[in-house]
Each structure stands twice: as C-alpha cells, then as structure tokens.
Design a protein around this ligand. Structure first.
Ligand code: NAD
Ligand code: ZN
Length: 358
C-alpha cells in the first residue's frame, strides 16, 4: 500500500492506494473519532462489498443507507434520505459518514457530511476508477438540480480516501474506460511522462492488471492533489482539471445524461480541445494523433455524435452569448503535458474544430 497526502494545512488528509484495503480496519480507525459510523452506498455496490466493509468496522456502532443507483438519483430528494436515516438512527455530531461507491455516492455523501449538524467527518471509499482518480479527491461535493448538474454543493474535504484497487475487478469494462479518460487527462494537462507511460501500458490497464492500475491511480491522485493544494476553491489553476469538459458537457446535454458516460464525453471533448490547440499552432498534428490513438486504445470515443452540428455546439456551449461578452473560457493545450486556460478564442478556428470532430 502507498500513501499520498493532499496538502491543505489543517484540512490535509491521506489517500491510501493498494489492494485488499477493505479489510484494513487499521486504516479507518484513526479517522473515526466517535463511536458512530454511517455507511452510505447504493443498491449495486451494497450486495458486493457492504458486508465486507461492515465486518471491518465491528468496533463501531454502524448504520447503513442504501441509495438507488444512478446519476438520476443524485438530487436533493435522495440526499434527504441520508439525513432522515441519520436522524432516525440518532447520529450525533461525532458521527463519521463513509461513502462506499462511485462518484455519485461520494459526491452525495460528502455533501451530506458537510450539512448534517453543520458538518461531520467523512471518509471516501471510491469503488470506480473515475472516483478513485478524480471525484474522491479535492473536496467538491454536491447534487444536481433539474436546472443544472452539480449546482447545489459545497467544498468539503474528507478525513481520508481509501482507494482499494481490488474493488475494480467487478467494475464493468465500459466504466473502466470512462475512468481512463480522466487518467489520460492528467497526462495531457500536466504530466507528459505519464502520458508516455500510458501509451506503453494502456492494454494492461484495460485488462485490469492490478499493479498497472495501482500505479495509474497513484500518479493521477498525485497530479490532482498537487493542483488542488495550489487552488482548493478553483480561483485559478484548478480550472485546468476541466480539460475537455466544456465540449464534453455539450455532448452530455445533447445526448441526454446516461447515454454517453461522463468519461466518454470528456474523451471526445479532449480531442476537440486538442484539435483547437493544433489549429492555434500550439501542438502538432502528430501530437493530436497520439492523443486520439491512446483514447481509442482505451476504447473511448474520439468523435462527437454525427448528428451534432456546429450550431448545436455553439448553442450548448453558450458560445454566441459568451463570445459576445468575451467570456468563453476554454482549457487548451500549450504542449502535450501542459494546459492553459484562455478566453482568447478565435471563433473561426472553433467552428473548424466543431466541423472536424464529428
Ligand atoms: N467531486 C468531483 O470532483 C467530481 C469529479 C468528477 C466526477 N464527479 C461526479 O462523479 C459522478 C460519476 O462518478 P462515477 O463515474 O464513479 O459513476 P457512478 O457513481 O454512477 O458509478 C458508475 C456505475 O458503477 C457502479 N459501480 C460502482 N462501483 C462498482 C464496482 N466496484 N463494481 C461494480 N459496479 C460498480 C455504480 O453503481 C454505477 O452503476 C458524477 O455524478 C460526477 O458529477 C465528481
Ligand atoms: Zn470529469
């Protein structure tokens, strides 16, 4: 097992990465300060891992909330189920919530912890690759509102993140690929050497090799923790973590949430960002092709849906409004391994990118 630290002064916390960590009660105990624990999980993960986790927590008074599965349930109604259960089970201010699940469970549990009795402790046990490398680290928590994704939330850091690579064995292949999109993102925005490592090892990752996955999770968390430590509340540099996301959100919205997984939309979005960067003269055609090849080897889509027109991208990205105000900001590549955030965007080149990437 290896340990990283997210360095945020008094809010600093460890990320443990390794195999078979679910049984390691020595990892949880130091981060649970009272007697009470509430495990929040969902109906898919519970049958596979809940008993295992519960047996590692036998020194504590444990209650459980099992949520329905899916992004569609990431809302205030479901959040209230957590509060109701905490109150019914008489959890006090010293309780610790434990999120056992992917990003949906993690984001909701973190937000519940931020709000319950004005803030109680929580621990993240991410069970998807995406949540291990992205959502469990950095303290963004929240739920969706019918008018916008992740629009209700808080910055609230966990006490610890326990990334047990063994849990990925049961994750569907498509979800593994979606997680790899965010892994590849770190190579693109800040870690060219990691990008090269990914080019050499992508088949191992797809194949579920634990050593390769452990390394990829560690290196991704290191990258994310480094950015978060510099800019916890996204006043500046943290925005580079959104490479491909503005394009990707347009695809997610156009296709309806759930048809394209978030990581799939981000993969195509990163190709679009790279394509625009190439048109601006910042990366070469060769670099762009390397990015496309790697994403394809990870079984990720690299083209926007054929029925999405440039006009639709313009509308969904708010380009017309934003360009008029001069405020469309995009994360682009200055080089392979170096991102920039810029609002200096040539609309003509952007249109060429929309046309070229479908
Ligand atoms: N907080 C952040 O910084 C941040 C960053 C990125 C994404 N997110 C959020 O994360 C969410 C997406 O997370 P996700 O990709 O983990 O999706 P998810 O939580 O919906 O999990 C994907 C699917 O895999 C299932 N699953 C989870 N672990 C499993 C396992 N070990 N074996 C078998 N099945 C398993 C889940 O039940 C679900 O059906 C989105 O809501 C997104 O907004 C947050
Ligand atoms: Zn993302």
């Amino acid at each position: 097992m290896q340990t990283l630290t997210v360095a945020l002064g008094e809010r600093s916390y460890p990320i443990f990465v390794g195999s078979n960590l679910l049984s390691r009660n020595d990892l949880y105990s130091p981060h649970i300060h009272g007697k009470q624990v509430c495990i929040v999980t969902n109906e898919t993960v519970a049958p596979i891992y809940l008993d295992h986790l519960k047996s590692s927590l036998n020194l504590f008074q444990v209650s459980v909330v099992v949520l329905p599965d899916g992004e569609a349930h990431k809302n205030l109604t479901t959040l209230n189920e957590i509060f109701t259960s905490l109150l019914a089970e008489k959890h006090n201010r010293t309780t610790t919530l434990i999120a056992l699940g992917g990003g949906v469970v993690g984001d909701m549990t973190g937000f519940a912890a931020a709000c319950y009795q004005r803030g109680v402790n929580f621990i993240q046990i991410p069970t998807t690759l995406l949540s291990m490398v992205d959502s469990s680290v950095g303290g963004k928590t929240g739920v969706n509102h019918p008018m916008g994704k992740n629009m209700i939330g808080a910055f609230y850091q966990p006490q610890a993140v326990i990334a047990d690579i063994s849990l990925l064995k049961t994750l569907p292949a498509r979800e593994v690929s979606a997680g790899l999109a965010e892994v590849i993102k770190y190579g693109l925005i800040s870690d060219a050497d990691f990008f090269v490592w990914l080019e050499q090892n992508i088949e191992l990752l797809i194949g579920g090799d634990e050593a390769a996955l452990t390394y990829a999770v560690l290196r991704s968390c290191e990258n994310k923790a480094g950015v978060v430590a510099q800019d916890e509340h996204e006043g500046g540099i943290r925005a580079i973590l959104n490479l491909g996301h503005t394009f990707g959100h347009a695809i997610e919205t156009a296709q309806g949430y759930g048809n394209w997984l978030h990581g799939e939309a981000v993969a195509t979005g990163m190709v679009m960002a790279a394509d625009l960067s190439m048109r601006r003269g910042d990366i070469s055609k060769d670099d762009l092709q390397r990015i496309i090849n790697l994403l394809q080897r990870a079984n990720l889509p690299t083209k926007a849906p054929a029925d999405m027109t440039p006009e639709q991208f313009v509308e969904l990205m708010g380009v017309d409004k934003k360009v008029l105000d001069g405020r469309l900001r995009l994360v682009l590549l200055k080089a392979l391994g170096q991102a920039i955030v810029t609002s200096d965007i040539d609309t003509m080149l952007l249109m060429e990118t929309f046309a070229a990437c479908r």
